[in-house]
Design a binder for this molecule. Sequence first.
Ligand code: AMP
Ligand code: MG
Length: 338
Amino acid sequence: MNNGSQARLRFNPLLSPQRSVTPMIPTETLDPTAEGLARAAALLRQGALVAFPTETVYGLGGDARDDLAVARIFEAKGRPRFNPLIVHVPDLEAARRYAVVDARAESVAAAFWPGPLTLVLPLRADSGLSALVTADLDSVAIRVPAHPVAQALLRAFGGPLAAPSANPSGRVSPTRAAHVLEGLSGRIAAVVDGGSCAVGVESTILGLVDAPSLLRPGGIAVEQLEALLGPLPTGGNAHKPNAPGQLASHYAPAAPVRLNATDWEAHEIRVGFGAGRSDLNLSPAADLVEAAANLFHTLREADAKAGPHGKIAFAPIPETGLGRAINDRLRRAAAPRP
Ligand code: AMP
Ligand code: MG
């Protein structure tokens, strides 16, 4: 059995500099008993990842307030982009801590929560959620799952869980613990085995930041939502991706951004990765998980330091593992803007 400090050491990125992928770790299979859930909650508190059943598919859970935990989700799944993740909470009251829930959202929640419906709502300024969870948007996707094991885990953990489907990027969503292990064994701390998922398709995503819109069809039929809200358009802007994961716009720094910088130019804020002179550093130990965890704050901080006439230069980031998602985000920050 592992104790807490061993698990913490195992996940400390600073202890393994220069690596780009988390080393293989033994994945525990936990029963949904009080003891198993307590173990799962303890792992989550250490920033480790635990897959768990929901009524839709198995989710890959990590503490939604912890930048490193959320970075590990992207790493474990091998996601090439930092698309925003759904935050799972036990009830509407918990949702209010992270999102602005108006009367309209409340009536939808009353009708469909707990259940396979995700609501995209305005993010509260004091949410305390990791910027990686929302992809630095000012909205947040929240769901209250109905599955008793998901409910019990959320209550044992006592915080919000970011949880995309527990499969490697591009593979089919898992509906059994065995499927989770096929894809992610050795890459996550544990899976809570709660049997088969009943719904098997992902949650319906309803955008409620402004006019209601359908962002993704899923476990709750569109007709059921339309009975409450009227006809639902589908469509795209920053809060309404045309397809899951495809957000039209992101926070972009005001200052010009130069990538793969190996030298200095005047009036540049230099953002380092690994050793060497820099004004800000994504990860002095050249650890990609740490760099991903720091990415969004660092972009904002560099922009603030650069001021109205300055520029930002990023040191090269390896195009491996999470480096692909980091470079994808940086290329967008550096792209010419209208
Ligand atoms: P999943 O991969 O099942 O966790 O689904 C996540 C999807 O939810 C993303 O790809 C987006 O389409 C949508 N989503 C999550 N958060 C937001 C957000 N803050 N604003 C808009 N869409 C979101
Ligand atoms: Mg998925």
